[in-house]
Design a protein around this ligand. Structure first.
Ligand code: AOS
Ligand code: ZN
Ligand code: ZN
Ligand code: ZN
Length: 426
């Protein structure tokens, strides 16, 4: 299914002309505060978030999976689905591939398919957290951290293979997330597994093309419940420093213990020029991977406030690789991703509204009340008309979710792919 720009502009014309009144009202308010709304609209229109190849099917838990119907059964179909998201939003112009779940069989055809949707290949994800049917070694007791040479070398080899596939596709980065850890005290010698991990990462880093970056993701627990080798940002930061200047920490919002101050972690890493990648999702308890902004939108705003500050003030930090890392089993996966994209752009836009000059002054004067007022004034602004303007500017649907429903995309996908479809991977 291909959604043409004509269909979108037709839909925009017939459904959303009234948003202009809301936009004028908001613009007037913001202009009085000295905010350049056109600049904000352009920034929002430019923001691109990668969609992971594993989020297009209905997710599941170990208690089962329920098909949504019309799920993509191949990498080609996954790219078609991202094409739908990108056509509707013009902000999902990248895919993040997971190997081996999504090995391209015909690289040329896959590249052409992606190109036809305006999609580029962002970070490649290696997988050493499960054994594949043809695997020669098992990761049961660890991969890059393993105490035995054979699984460790095998895991290093897998990462190099992922880089090779990525090079063919035009990707420029590798994300490493390790499940390695222990379920019981005494199982691992902490120092030994950390040292093994560092050595393994260094040997992958040493063989990475010179224009590639490595992102090291951390997570406190799951699937291991006593200890995880790369448990927190400090460990990831240390490993990235040990590898070299093109290795960075990746922050996944769900990978923190309850109440962790994620915005402070973001600020610290950006000051040191070491924040490379970002996984968006939301959670109530742990790595819940639910729709971005569905539980803690104010936290998301505070995190974006630090990201925006860093993007404006930390030239030492590279451009970030943004990705949505969320999936679950009750919503239409495409609608869910549209909601996540919306939440990301709302938080980003609100953060762009923060009066940084006034905030700095209030901070200098230790005016705590004004500091809070400034942040909450931005957060409490309904910025959705600006998002709509950004979308109209870039040829997207003014309201992507209602366009998706109106164009009956899911109905079409179910007709084409069937009701019992099951997404590959996972
Ligand atoms: C796992 O918890 C991480 O968030 C990773 O990014 C992982 O590779 C991805 O979610 C696919 O399982
Ligand atoms: Zn993640
Ligand atoms: Zn995760
Ligand atoms: Zn997660």
């Amino acid at each position: 299914m291909k959604i043409t720009t004509d269909r979108i502009s037709e839909f925009n014309k017939s459904n959303h002309s009234s948003y202009k009144t809301e936009l004028d009202f908001l613009k007037n308010k913001l202009v009085k505060k000295g905010i350049d709304t056109e600049e904000i609209i352009s920034k929002v229109a430019d923001f691109q978030v990668a969609i992971p190849s594993w989020a297009l099917g209905a997710g599941g838990t170990r208690f089962g999976r329920f098909s949504y119907g019309g799920e993509p059964a191949s990498l080609e179909q996954k790219l078609d689905d991202i094409g739908v998201l990108h056509a509707l939003t013009q902000s999902a112009g990248a895919v993040s591939l997971h190997i081996p779940w999504d090995i391209p069989k015909d690289v040329k055809a896959i590249k052409e398919k992606a190109q036809s949707h305006g999609i580029v290949f962002d970070a490649m994800n290696s997988n050493t957290f499960q054994d594949q049917p043809e695997a020669k070694e098992t990761y049961k007791y660890g991969s890059l951290s393993a105490v035995n040479d054979a699984p460790r070398d095998y895991a290093i080899g897998h990462n190099l293979e992922v880089i090779k596939i990525g090079e063919e596709l035009g990707s420029k980065s590798l994300t490493v997330w390790l499940a390695d850890g222990a379920n019981f005290p005494g199982q691992n010698n902490f120092q030994r597994v950390l040292q093994n991990t560092e050595n393994s990462l260094k040997s992958i880093y040493g063989k990475m093309p010179k224009d590639w970056k490595m992102f090291i993701e951390y997570k406190p627990y799951e699937p291991n419940f006593y200890s995880t080798v790369i448990q927190d940002w400090g460990t990831s930061f240390m490993l990235a420093n040990a590898c070299g200047e093109r290795a960075y920490t990746l922050v996944d919002l769900g990978h923190h213990l309850p109440n962790t101050n994620i915005e402070q972690i973001v600020a610290t890493l950006m000051l040191k020029g070491k924040l490379g990648g970002f996984h968006f999702n939301d959670s109530k308890y742990g790595d819940d991977d639910i729709t971005v902004g569905s539980i803690k939108p104010y936290s998301l705003f505070l995190i974006f406030n630090e990201l925006v500050y860093g993007m404006e003030n930390n030239p030492q930090n590279p451009d970030l690789a943004w990705m949505i890392d969320a999936s679950h089993n009750t919503k239409d996966p495409l609608e869910d991703l549209l909601q996540s994209l919306e939440a990301i752009l709302i938080a980003y836009t609100q953060a762009l509204l923060v009066d940084q000059k006034a905030l700095k002054q209030a901070q200098q004067e230790n005016d705590v009340v004004t500091c809070q007022e400034i942040l909450q004034d931005a957060y409490r602004t309904d910025v959705r008309p600006l998002l709509k303007a950004a979308r109209e500017k870039s040829g997207a649907a003014i309201n992507p979710l209602s366009a998706y429903r109106n164009l009956e995309v899911r109905k079409y996908l179910v007709k084409e792919r069937g009701t019992k479809s099951k997404a590959t991977g996972l």
